[in-house]
Design a protein around this ligand. Sequence first.
Ligand SMILES: Cc1cc2nc3c(=O)[nH]c(=O)nc-3n(C[C@H](O)[C@H](O)[C@H](O)COP(=O)(O)OP(=O)(O)OC[C@H]3O[C@@H](n4cnc5c(N)ncnc54)[C@H](O)[C@@H]3O)c2cc1C
Length: 456
Amino acid sequence: MIYDVVVVGAGFSAIAVTCNLIEQLPASAKVAVIGDDPGFGRGTAYRTELYLHRLNVPAGRMSLLPHRPDDFVEWLKSRGRTMQATDFASRSDYGLYVRDTLAQLLRKRDDRCQVDFIKAKAAGCVERYNSTLAFHLGNGDEIAGRNVVLCLGVGNASLPVDPVDVPPFLRSRIVENPWRLSWLRLVAPSESVCILGSGLTMIDQVLALRAHGHRGRIDVLSRRGLAPLGHAKTPPAPLLIDVQTLPGTISGILKSLRTKSGETADWRAVMDGLRPMTQVLWQRLSSEERARFLRHALPWWNIHRHRVAPDVFDRFEKLVSEGTVRFHAGFLKSLAAEEGTLLAGYRVRGTREIAGIRADWLVNCTGMERAGISHSPLLKEMSRFQLIAPDPLGLGIQVDATSEVLGPSRILPTRLFAVGALTAGQFWEITAVPDIRVQAKAVVEEIASNRSNRDA
Ligand SMILES: Cc1cc2nc3c(=O)[nH]c(=O)nc-3n(C[C@H](O)[C@H](O)[C@H](O)COP(=O)(O)OP(=O)(O)OC[C@H]3O[C@@H](n4cnc5c(N)ncnc54)[C@H](O)[C@@H]3O)c2cc1C
């Protein structure tokens, strides 16, 4: 079957695109959404059931549709949740909200376009001479579209070392994908856990362990040993920042932001002032400066920018101060077995010294920050057929300012877009809802206007 639009993915980006398609396309249009996620619409972020897994963006900025800014707060109220726009709701509630919003749109409009949800994995893709891109599905079917939107999110990074010396009975204690929360039930309360990576995923897993009754030691190993900071209980007003006046180099920008932070009572005012302008700032940087940012400033950016809810931060800090959670800065070098437990050997940061962490469990929380294409067999095949090209920084794929994919040798007029983290090379700040929802709407506007021009 040939569709006007094929959306590939089943997380927030795919649902945001689909909601906008329902709002903007005429009833005659046909849309297919191909997704392999059992929790359709929730993706990795919003399928958790744990209340402590909270949003890291206040409820007032999490509406799915940018033209209905109070939508999520209204939804929370309609569900009897006592939440203000400045509060941090649970991610499971957010997952329900996303699915409710889609369901409402599908239910209400008699004159809406046709939307077929196809539960399958898109395994390959080929350009057809009837001006469509056709996706081969895991179940053997083929779905073709005149417009395609890739919403594949990011994959979980694989372990940085091969656990070659770990015997099979201990390999089952290496959790490669912590988002399959079933592993938590297997950990005995007194067992020790080593977590690789010290970002938001690490905090989530520490709190999830505690909620499941774990009381043992938790060692956290990351390159710098830095953990995310917290939102302020009373957020400061964002500082107005004119990015055009900032220097063109990363070191110059950092210096300028440090000076501004020194002049305000709370550095968060500077980060929050920069937030709406980050894409503009990124686009002003040369590719050398972007690479420099990723090499040197990324860990600092992450902990200041991706903050946790104040009460979540307090809980986590308590575990650190009482010694339950201990940080190590270094580079994982080996994984072996010793006396019935796992031994993670690492080079201590800034030295040649090799140290070791013994633990009953090892959990990989290293990887959600960079998309790349290596996690996805579909993207690798599309790259091999030159339908897409990896962006030079290895963050995702090359797109233009309208999120249209720049394929090196596409010859047919099919329009191929990408939404979400895959477009980080062009936009950088494109992994959270406030940015993705704007991008999703703009991509659908582009598709809708192209369609009406063609029909005119
Ligand atoms: C733990 C966590 C917490 C977060 N918290 C927040 C927050 O509080 N606020 C915020 O704004 N942002 C948050 N984020 C950022 C989050 O990434 C975005 O909000 C959003 O969920 C991204 O959605 P996505 O659809 O782009 O990606 P994903 O949610 O990763 O979805 C991608 C989907 O594509 C599917 N897929 C992949 N390949 C194929 C294929 N070949 N065929 C078919 N389907 C395929 C996958 O199965 C998946 O369902 C969080 C992220 C994480 C990981």
